[in-house]
Design a protein around this ligand. Structure first.
Ligand code: PLP
Length: 482
């Protein structure tokens, strides 16, 4: 990557693109934001986008597309079977991943549904570096059990370990020795480990994992949804890869995988998803499920326009200027938070900036959903919508007790090429103010609690009148500012 140095002042991440289409944003007065949060049951998923200033909920399906992606969408071949659009996408994946076979799906979790139905046997174990919500749900639904074999540093919120997403290879060996390879359906490795803060794995780590899998006849299944960030961070942090191109690093990774699946809402900044493999038998087994659950083999629930956007988006993922934008903004935002002593996960990863709610609101217990409360407070004081990633995102145990999450995080996702640096500076400014006034943030409790994936639709209420107190303090300090 061209490293741009500034002569006056500190280096800031410089956008290697220009904005040619814009969308008007709305910033409501704080009183209206507090009302909107209350009406949304203190669950940021239930806010209306028109009430949101910066939508940092997720990077899923909201990354900015390029002009070339938009242009390609106009040139799509609409046919149920044998579409030229599909062939272009399949060829691009073969070129980049070395996988002869591709099965399209409507999004990442659809790929997980199919892989789990095909390969997860009842009472087997699926070792993985860390779970993702939908990955775990599909494996559990099919009677499997996940075992997270992350390295010890993975859960150290402040660290300088470059690859907190690595799988602990000794734990993998021990797990196989303990249960026997026949009790393991496959080994799953996730790129840019989502739930621990978008943390990458190294090329060395996936090579070692593959070696152990090969020794025991196990498949390595790779969740490549957040591959783009991981590629950039490997190039930055893994000495052996510093002189390799992104294309070469991609092949180093994908050559180790038996099945690669992804959400194209993230990878390739498009929509849809899919499963790639070099093995014909895997392809033959999985393809029956595609026609059953997704659609015919040449569209799998995606529109031809999405497929064209994905083909171009995958090629653009090989461009360092493109994939560095997200992680560079995240790095910058993390640094700004650190300068203001706001507790934030380090080292910065991909996907977004992650606030450590356990420290931010250390006067709240995990049963009061500190990350959920912090996400609600952030929206009220700034109009920035983040996502709770903590106890609220877990399911209760069978006896009704809470499953306390390892971490209580508020994720401020950084959709690629969507926000400007002044907008991120605004978010940091407001959140730093909130940190100074953190004792005003109170807890939440459920009013309506769904049994499955409660964090999506659950409605909560404040356990006291703390939102009103927060609004009053804001008015005191910010006057009539929005
Ligand atoms: C988003 C995501 C998924 C699921 O993809 P969807 O397209 O949202 O269904 C799976 N794995 C990881 C790592 C993800 O980040």
């Amino acid at each position: 990557m061209t490293k741009i140095k500034f002569h006056y002042g500190d280096d800031v991440p410089l956008e290697m693109h220009k904005v040619r289409i814009v969308q008007k944003l709305n910033l409501l007065p704080i009183e209206e934001r507090a009302k909107a949060m209350d009406e949304a049951g203190y669950n940021t998923f239930l806010l209306q986008n028109r009430d949101v200033f910066m939508d940092m909920l997720t990077d899923s399906g909201v990354n900015a597309m390029s002009d070339n992606q938009q242009a390609a969408m106009m040139n799509a071949d609409d046919s149920y079977a044998g579409s030229a659009t599909f062939t272009r996408l399949e060829s691009k994946l073969e070129e980049l991943f070395g996988t002869e076979y591709f099965l399209p799906t409507h999004q990442g979790r659809a790929s997980e549904n199919i892989i789990s139905q095909a390969y997860v046997k009842k009472d087997t174990i699926i070792p993985m570096n860390y779970h993702f919500t939908t990955s775990k749900a599909h494996i559990t639904l099919n009677g499997g059990k996940i075992e997270e074999i992350y390295i010890d540093e993975a859960l150290h919120l402040t660290s300088d370990h470059p690859f907190k997403g690595n799988m602990d290879i000794d734990k993998l060996k021990n797990l196989i020795d303990k249960h026997g390879a026949d009790k393991i359906s496959y080994v799953r490795l996730e790129a840019g480990t989502n739930l621990i803060g978008g943390q990458p794995h190294s090329v060395e780590n996936i090579r070692e994992a593959k070696k152990v899998c090969d020794e025991h006849g196990l498949m390595l299944v790779y969740d490549a949804s957040l591959l783009a960030d991981n590629l950039h961070l490997i190039k930055q942090r893994e000495a052996a890869c510093a002189d390799m191109s992104i294309r070469e690093i991609t092949r180093e990774i994908t050559d180790q995988c038996d099945i690669i699946y992804f959400s194209a809402r993230k990878l390739g900044s498009a929509r849809g998803g899919g499963i790639s493999t070099k093995h014909k038998d895997v392809y033959m087994k999985l393809r029956e499920y595609i026609t059953l659950y997704e659609g015919f083999l040449t569209y799998g629930g995606m529109s031809v326009r999405e497929m064209e956007a994905l083909t171009v988006g995958l090629e653009e993922t090989m461009d360092e200027d493109v994939i560095s934008q997200g992680p560079n903004f995240i790095k910058h935002m993390t640094k700004q938070f650190q300068e203001k002593n706001v507790p934030v996960i380090t080292p910065p990863g991909g996907l977004g900036c992650h606030l450590n709610a356990m420290d931010f609101v250390d006067h709240l217990s995990q049963e009061e959903y500190p990350a959920g409360a912090l996400a609600a407070a952030i929206y009220i004081i700034s109009g920035v919508r983040g996502m709770e990633r903590g106890t609220m995102s877990e399911a209760r145990q069978e006896d009704g007790t809470e499953t306390l999450s390892h971490m209580e995080l508020v994720r401020l996702a950084m959709p690629r090429r969507v926000f400007t640096l002044s907008q991120t500076t605004y978010a940091v400014d407001r959140i730093a103010w909130l940190y100074e006034n953190r004792e005003l943030i109170g807890g939440l409790e459920f009013e309506e609690e769904p049994d499955v994936l409660r964090f999506f639709f659950g409605r909560l209420k404040a356990t006291s009148d703390w939102p009103e107190k927060l609004v009053a303090k804001f008015r005191e300090d910010f006057g009539d500012s929005l």
